[in-house]
Structure formats: structure tokens, C-alpha cells
Ligand binder design. Structure first.
Ligand code: LLP
Length: 416
């Protein structure tokens, strides 16, 4: 990290004038994404892990300009579904830089993945169950395979995103080497993979070290059976601070611990960060529609709810909020509850100290670049918001705002 490329971009670093201008041009709720910040995040990651291949976990943000900007920096792309795979390839990412991680894949996903892998040489399919191999063979696939292992070690910011010890993911560690060996007869086995969880902090470093150590051992076992692994993928999960009093992850220390724990192998290290590359590159803009005094405090009703940004409702995640209305900084702060428009009491962006919010104020929600738009839904027949991507002085629409007609477009016409 350098002064030009600091480890964290704070919500306070976004220009309120610029955010107000974008809200005026595109309306709210609006996701705003700064491509340059994602590039900076990628560079810090690549500098910390110079020996590794960095795959961007597209599930954090699949907007086409984001995929393209990171791929142009040199990132590969990790895809969690046939849809993400199609979009990464469609965005122009070379097949040899794309991994498709098949988690209990529906038939339809495998059909598409096999077809796309044939059309785009170099795609690797990561398999987390023995019978996924049979299903691929049934489709005539004999290409590049990576074996996903359940490392038995988990970590993460919330139990719902702790993956490593969850039996749903990967083949049991004890069976992985045998599986790689038997698969090598029918496929090209090029890698092994494990992922501990999402939102790993400095305190989880020992879990990360355990996972990498186990993967190093497995790599040596597999290599000892005469299989030349191209890579050992130790997953993503690198956490970012969501509030000003949290410290950023010491990426150099994580990289050092990774190197040490991995030990000797001919294979290249691979990491697949999602959140780390995009979280602080995005904010969500929303307007205060209602300000209400209640016996239990002030409620500020905003346009963005759990259908816009699901993380607070699902994980109790904290996202910093700033009042970016003109002159707001001069107002006294008060504690308010920021609540969305969805008919559920869990539809809240949390309690915040904000310069006295007035109806019409523009609020900016921080760290919305990862798992923000991606997890948006149409619940309550609420069209999804727009998202814009800024690149220097340029800002362009990445996703137009949906309309109610988009919500109903999938319904067959019925005679009434
Ligand atoms: N690789 C694999 C196999 C994964 O399952 C994930 C995330 C990643 C990489 C990227 O993890 P990251 O670096 O972004 O932490 N919706 C949740 C996060 C779910 C993550 C699922 N898997 C949230 O908003 O916190």
C-alpha cells in the first residue's frame, strides 16, 4: 500500500458534489462504482502475491465493465454458475483465465458449461462431488478439471458465509487425492481448490494458515501420484473493514503466511478474492423520503431497502452511511434508524449517527461494491435499482433502472 494506493477507501473520501450529480442524472436508489478503485485493489493484491494467479470472484459484482477492467489488469475470473461463466466469456475474458466452480450444479448449468468450455479452450471446471465427474463424462467432457476439497477449516464474518467446514462444499479432504488420481484417467486434472469462507479478518489468520497447509500437503500427495498440478487454489475471503474503527487486513502478512504454510510444490498458487477487489469501490445512493419522530427514536425512511442491499437484513452487516446533502456537515448529528420501503421489520439499514436528516437528503451507503446489486431482488414487486460505473470523469450506465414492466415481463399472458 502507498499514499496513492491506500489499503482502504473510506466513505468520507467520496466527493459529495459528484455523488449528488450522479443521483440527479440517474435517480435513486443508485449503485455507483469506481473502476479505478477496483484496479487499485487488484494491484495491491497482485503486489502482495506476486507469485500467484489472482482470480476475481465474479459473484461479488458481475457488472460487465467491472469484469473487463479487472481482466484488463490481469485478473482471471472465478464463476459460481453457468450464468456467471457465460457473462465472463461474453465480456471477453479468455477461457484460459476462467474457472467455473460447480456447486451442486443443476443439469442446465452443466450443459451450458460443457458447451462453453468447448467453445472457449482453457476453461477449468471445479468439481466438488464425485458424481459431478460422472455427469460431465456423460456429456462427453474430458477437459480441464480442478478438484474442490472440503478442507475441514472454516472462517468468515458470519456463520452464513463460513464455507470451509460445511459439508455442502467440496469432497472430503481424505478422499481428495484418490479422486484426483482416478479422475486423471478421464480428465485433465489441473488443480485443487478450497475456500474457507468470506470476510476473513486478521484474527482468522490461523484458520487460513491451516487451510493452506492442508492444501500444500494435498498438492504433494497428488503430485507424488504423477499428476502435474498447474495450480493450488486456496480460495478468496479476504476481509475489508466496514467501519472506520476496523483495521484493514495486512495483506503482506497474509501472503507471507500463505507462502510459508503452502511449502514446496511445483504448482502455482491461486487466490480468488471477490469482496477485497470491489467492496470499497462502490457506494449506494438513496434519498430520505420520510423523517418520522417516534417514541423509540427517529426513523428515516429511504428508497433502498433489503431488496436493494440485502446484507444488513441477512447478516446483520454494518454499512457506514453518510449524509451527503449540501451543508449537512454543519448540522448537529443525531442517532436515527435508517429503514427501507419493504413490508418487513427486518428491512433496515441499521442505526446510525447522521447529521440531522431532512426529507430529500441524499444518503450514501459505503462498501456497497461487493454483494450489493448482485443480491438485489424484486421482492414486493420492487424493480431493481440502476447502477453506474465511473471511470475518471466518465460515468456510464452499467444497469438501467428496472421498471414495473420488467418485473411482470416474465409472466405468461393470461385471459382474464
Ligand atoms: N471463492 C469461492 C469458492 C467462494 O465461494 C467465494 C464466496 C469467493 C471465492 C469470494 O469470497 P470473497 O473474497 O468475496 O469473500 N454474500 C456474502 C458473501 C458470500 C460469499 C460466498 N462465496 C456477503 O455479502 O457477505
Amino acid at each position: 500500500p502507498t499514499a496513492e494506493n491506500p489499503p482502504v477507501r473510506r466513505l468520507a473520501d467520496w466527493s459529495p458534489e459528484r455523488l449528488r450529480e450522479l443521483a440527479d442524472d440517474h435517480g435513486t436508489p443508485l449503485y455507483v462504482f469506481d473502476l479505478d478503485r477496483a484496479r487499485q485493489n487488484y494491484r495491491r493484491m497482485a503486489e502482495a502475491f506476486p507469485e500467484a494467479d489472482v482470480y476475481y470472484a465474479a459473484k461479488a459484482n458481475t457488472a460487465r465493465p467491472v469484469l473487463q477492467a479487472l481482466a484488463d489488469e490481469g485478473a482471471g475470473v472465478e464463476c459460481a454458475s453457468a450464468g456467471e461463466l457465460a457473462r465472463a466469456l461474453d465480456a471477453g475474458v479468455d477461457g484460459s483465465h476462467v474457472h467455473y466452480t460447480a456447486v451442486n450444479p443443476p443439469d442446465r448449468d452443466l450443459d451450458v458449461a460443457v458447451r462453453l468450455a468447448e467453445e472457449h479452450p482453457g476453461v477449468t471446471i471445479t468439481v466438488g462431488a464425485e458424481d459431478t465427474l460422472d455427469r460431465l463424462a456423460d456429456r462427453g467432457y474430458d477437459g480441464r478439471i480442478c478438484v474442490r476439497v472440503n478442507p475441514g477449516v472454516g472462517a468468515g464474518h458470519h456463520e452464513k458465509v463460513t464455507t470451509g467446514a460445511d459439508a455442502k462444499f467440496g469432497v472430503p479432504y481424505e478422499r481428495a487425492a484418490d479422486l484426483a488420481e482416478s479422475a486423471a484417467g478421464a480428465f485433465e486434472v489441473v488443480g485443487i481448490h478450497a475456500h474457507a469462507g468470506s470476510g476473513i479478518s486478521g484474527e482468522d489468520l490461523s484458520a487460513h494458515r491451516d487451510l493452506v497447509g492442508r492444501m500444500g500437503e494435498l498438492a504433494r500427495d497428488v503430485e507424488g501420484r504423477g499428476i502435474d498440478l498447474e495450480f493450488v487454489d486456496v480460495g478468496g475471503g479476504f476481509g475489508v473493514p466496514y467501519s472506520p474503527d476496523e483495521d484493514p487486513l495486512d495483506l503482506e502478512a497474509v501472503a507471507e503466511a500463505t507462502r510459508e504454510a503452502l511449502g514446496e510444490t511445483e504448482a502455482t498458487l491461486a487466490v480468488e478474492p471477490g469482496r477485497y477487489l470491489v467492496a470499497d469501490a462502490g457506494v449506494l445512493l438513496t434519498s430520505a423520503n420520510t423523517v418520522k419522530e417516534t417514541p423509540s427514536g427517529v426513523v428515516v425512511g429511504v428508497g433502498a431497502g433489503m431488496t436493494t442491499l440485502a446484507r444488513p437484513a441477512i447478516y446483520d452487516a454494518h454499512h457506514e452511511i453518510r449524509n451527503v446533502a449540501p451543508g449537512a456537515d454543519e448540522r448537529p448529528s443525531r442517532e436515527v434508524t435508517v429503514a427501507g420501503p419493504v413490508c418487513e421489520s427486518g428491512d433496515s439499514l441499521g442505526d446510525h449517527w447522521l447529521p440531522d436528516p431532512q426529507r430529500g437528503d441524499l444518503l450514501a451507503v459505503g462498501n456497497a461494491g461487493a454483494y450489493g446489486y448482485e443480491m438485489a431482488s424484486q421482492y414486493n414487486s420492487r424493480p431493481r435499482p440502476a447502477s453506474v460505473v465511473s471511470d475518471g470523469d466518465d460515468a456510464r450506465l452499467a444497469r438501467r433502472r428496472e421498471t414495473i414492466a420488467d418485473v411482470t415481463a416474465v409472466e405468461p399472458e393470461v385471459d382474464r
